[in-house]
Design a protein around this ligand. Structure first.
Ligand SMILES: [Fe+2]
Length: 452
């Protein structure tokens, strides 16, 4: 592609990153194989899906309007598929609809809620980072309100709250350019209200996409993708760029500590969107994450600064020393685990292999103890998105359960929800739910059992 062609096109609007134009409702979906009867709930996934004309020279993948796709499974049947744009003011205006109800003053930012979708305290939320509040959805994915979590949210939320399996609370790292050199850590209680917030001083205004925690510490990823005022003033799609002079460091915040209690550990420059997990091992914190060598340096329309790898750091909370090693060098992202072990020692992880142009392709399972890596070999036909692990009812081992992933069938240009035995991901899926539409590659999804 010539430089001019590259300017007129945008890889984040092409192939299975191209947006869809319709909201679909379909019932009684075709299923191949046998859907496990213990799957009673919804698989929901969010992703950018811009409405109408998009200027390819200015479009950043992270800024497209949010669209949530959902499948409802019950009693061995796939009852429905729905996809709905998440209504913020911008989306409502473009769809010619009344603006959504909001708990916030009219001037409170409403960035596209396009990154993740979660269930907490019986409610469903579409969520995003960078200063925006969560948007509550109904069970059927209609927009309910722009939420302030029952009046408890100070300002901004995140795309990656992580549920503590021990307490049921959500740990959340938030950032907002208007705060200057700080980020904010939140704890959301099981009642759905923020019970604690901590301001944490940082070197600049870092983009902190996700959080990790152990039983002792909350991890703060203060890394060199930082807010750039000049770019913001010039209307750049996403004004966060790589800063070669910015110190890369990970903070260890004691669980109930304050901002000045953080122990900072310098690491070699890199960017982490997604930790796989973290846990304590004596004085050390073990962190596994998808590592990018840089972010938003030369390519500023989406993540594409070289292939991400799966890496491990051991951070000594007493001495400040650390080690870093590669676990697996095949390009991969969207790491997930058995979430009953978030913050605790885990043996297995699941990721999506990443091809050229951030195309999601392979379904990967990593044994972190033996370092054995399994990957499916049907990617000539199927591209697998983020895998989600669901424990089997009465599970007796960490990987006793299902791995669920949306995949594009390139022969039919429609998408499937494929469900695998997590102990045999290279074998045929247990069940495939056929969706009568294409679901573009997006960001994050979750299995939300009914009642959560
Ligand atoms: Fe993410």
């Amino acid at each position: 592609m010539t430089a001019l062609e590259n300017e007129r096109r945008n890889p984040f609007l092409e192939g299975n990153l191209a947006p869809v134009t319709e909201e679909v409702t379909a019932f009684d979906l075709e299923v191949t194989g046998t859907l496990p009867a213990d799957l009673d709930g919804r698989y929901l996934r969010n992703g950018p899906n811009p409405i109408g004309y998009v200027n390819p020279a200015k479009y950043h993948w992270f800024t497209g309007h949010g669209m949530v796709h959902g499948l409802r499974l019950r009693d061995g049947k796939a009852e429905w598929y729905r996809n709905r744009w998440v209504r913020n003011n911008d989306v409502a205006d473009l769809l010619n609809e009344p603006r959504p109800q909001s708990d916030w003053p009219a001037d409170h930012g409403q960035f596209a809620a396009n990154t993740n979708v979660i269930g907490h305290n019986g409610k469903t939320f579409a969520i995003v980072e960078a200063g925006s509040p969560p948007i509550e959805l109904s069970y059927d994915l209609d927009t309910v309100r722009v939420s302030n979590l029952d009046g408890s949210l100070p300002h901004a939320f995140s795309a990656h709250p992580k549920k503590d399996p021990v307490t049921g609370e959500l740990h959340v790292m938030t950032y907002f350019w208007g705060w200057g050199n700080q980020v904010q850590y939140l704890v959301v209680g099981t009642d759905g209200r923020v019970r604690r917030h901590v301001d944490i001083p940082t070197t600049g205004g870092p983009m902190i996409h996700d959080i990790a925690f152990t039983q002792k510490y909350i991890l703060v990823f203060d890394l060199p993708a930082v807010f750039n005022l000049e770019a913001a003033m010039s209307g750049q799609g996403l004004p966060y760029f790589w800063d070669h002079d910015y110190p890369a460091r990970i903070g260890l915040l004691p669980r109930e500590g304050n901002g000045d209690d953080v122990k900072w550990i310098d690491i070699d420059p890199c960017y982490l969107f997604h930790p796989m997990n973290a846990y304590d091992d004596g004085d050390e914190v073990v962190l596994d994450a998808a590592r990018h060598s840089k972010m938003f340096d030369k390519e500023r329309r989406g993540p594409s600064e070289g292939p991400p790898t799966l890496d491990r750091w051991r951070l000594n909370a007493v001495t400040g020393a650390h080690t870093h090693e590669r676990i697996d060098d095949r390009p991969q992202e969207f790491p997930r685990i058995n979430e009953s072990l978030v913050g605790l020692r885990n043996q297995f992880g699941y990721t999506a292999g990443i091809g050229a142009g951030f195309k999601q392709d392979t379904l990967i399972k990593v044994n972190l103890d033996s370092r054995k890596v399994e990957a499916r070999n049907d990617t000539a036909r199927y591209g697998y998105g983020e895998p989600v692990f669901i424990p089997r009812e009465g599970a007796t081992a960490e990987d006793d359960g299902y791995v669920m992933a949306l995949r594009l069938d390139t022969e039919t240009q429609t998408s499937d929800l494929a469900i695998f035995n997590a102990q045999a991901i290279t074998e045929d899926p247990i069940a495939v739910v056929h969706v009568p539409a294409r679901i573009p590659n997006g960001f994050h999804g979750n299995w939300i059992p009914d009642g959560q």
